[in-house]
Design a protein around this ligand. Structure first.
Ligand code: 13P
Length: 334
């Protein structure tokens, strides 16, 4: 493991002014997004949509890395260049989702455990050959009556740590993503309590497994009320999120890249801005690794039609710009 290289890639991914685009929707998930805009989920439509995003002129000024999916990392733009090359030409680091989704936990069927160790080392080596320099593994924690259980948090944390260790052994920066879901009517305080616990257990597992903290990034949820509960102000979200991170995230971790998790495009930018304004002397860069909060408008405007590609690119560039400004605490609204 070349620690200097890992640390350098991790730092580049959280360059102030930039963040990550999560374009790693599985075939099932992108199918659901396409269904909402009445677009058939064919391999060609998925390719064309991703080409539109990755070839957006100037987007490399605000996007440091793009997370790809197994199908996507093998695809090419219409000019014959691989997507990896297209991204590299934009100055963007290619990354790859490597977990293989979730399955219900045997003893607690309303909770999910992430799977993906099948052939993982080999896949990581192949993705590295393709050009991927960072990876993502997403664990999902659900809030409900008497869940999450300690067993679910521990098992997911162990797996995140093992995945992260393996990534670093092959020279890939792991993004460690324990997502506490927004689904439900829980309060922001309940989200705080669960997120603190999850992050404590995740970092304990990372340390015990010997993961090199300067060569990884954390991708957490913000501390936020459930989607069916009353919304909090961005100041309250920023205050509790920072309090939670200060309690749990070691200073050696170079950056924290939030997921958007169902927040609207504007909410995600406003909350990231509030966080960067309030962060004070916090040791990590605070940035984004958004999927929906970067793509929702672009996807809608595109609607599966080639002739809408340029306006869709404008929408994507706008979201990337706004969130890039938010990482600097300079987002002042639309
Ligand atoms: P959202 O920002 O849409 O939550 O997606 C980010 C992601 O990669 C979730 O795993």
């Amino acid at each position: 493991m070349d620690q200097t290289k890992l640390a350098s890639v991790a730092r580049q991914l959280v360059t102030p002014g930039k963040g990550i685009l999560a374009a790693d929707e599985s075939t099932g998930t992108i199918g659901k997004r396409f269904a909402k805009i009445n677009v058939e989920s064919t391999e060609e439509n998925r390719r064309a949509y991703r080409e539109l995003l990755f070839t957006t002129p100037g987007v490399g000024d605000y996007i440091s890395g793009v997370i790809l999916y197994d199908e996507t990392i093998r695809q090419r733009a219409h000019d014959g260049h691989t997507f990896v090359t297209v991204l590299e030409k934009q100055g963007i680091i290619p990354g790859i989702k490597v977990d293989l989704g979730t399955e219900p936990m045997i003893d607690s069927p309303f909770e999910l455990i992430t799977k993906g160790f099948e052939g993982l080392e080999e896949r990581l080596r192949q993705y590295f050959e393709f050009g991927a320099r960072f990876a993502k593994w997403r664990a999902v924690i659900t809030i409900g009556e008497s869940i999450p259980t300690d067993a679910c948090i521990s098992e997911n944390a162990q797996r995140l740590a093992q995945y992260a260790k393996l990534c670093q052994e092959v020279g890939i920066v792991p993004i460690v993503e324990p997502e506490v879901l927004m689904d439900g009517a829980h309060t922001i305080d309940r989200c705080y309590e669960v997120t603190v616990k999850v992050l404590e257990i995740v970092f304990k597992a990372l340390r015990e497994t010997g993961v090199f903290l300067p060569g990884m990034l954390l991708k957490p949820n913000m501390v936020i009320a459930g989607s069916e509960a009353e919304k909090n102000t961005s100041d309250e979200i920023a205050r509790l999120t920072l309090q939670c991170l200060r309690q749990t995230v070691p200073k050696e971790v170079p950056g924290i890249v939030f997921l958007s998790g169902g927040q609207s495009e504007i909410e995600a930018a406003v909350n990231l801005q509030a966080m960067n304004v309030a962060k004070g002397d916090a040791p990590w860069n605070l940035s984004f690794s958004y999927g929906r909060a970067l793509q929702a408008s672009a996807l809608k405007v595109w609607g599966g039609k080639e002739e809408n590609s340029v306006v869709a690119q404008d929408e994507f560039l706008k979201r990337a710009t706004m969130n890039g400004l938010a990482t600097l605490g300079q987002y002042t609204g639309e």
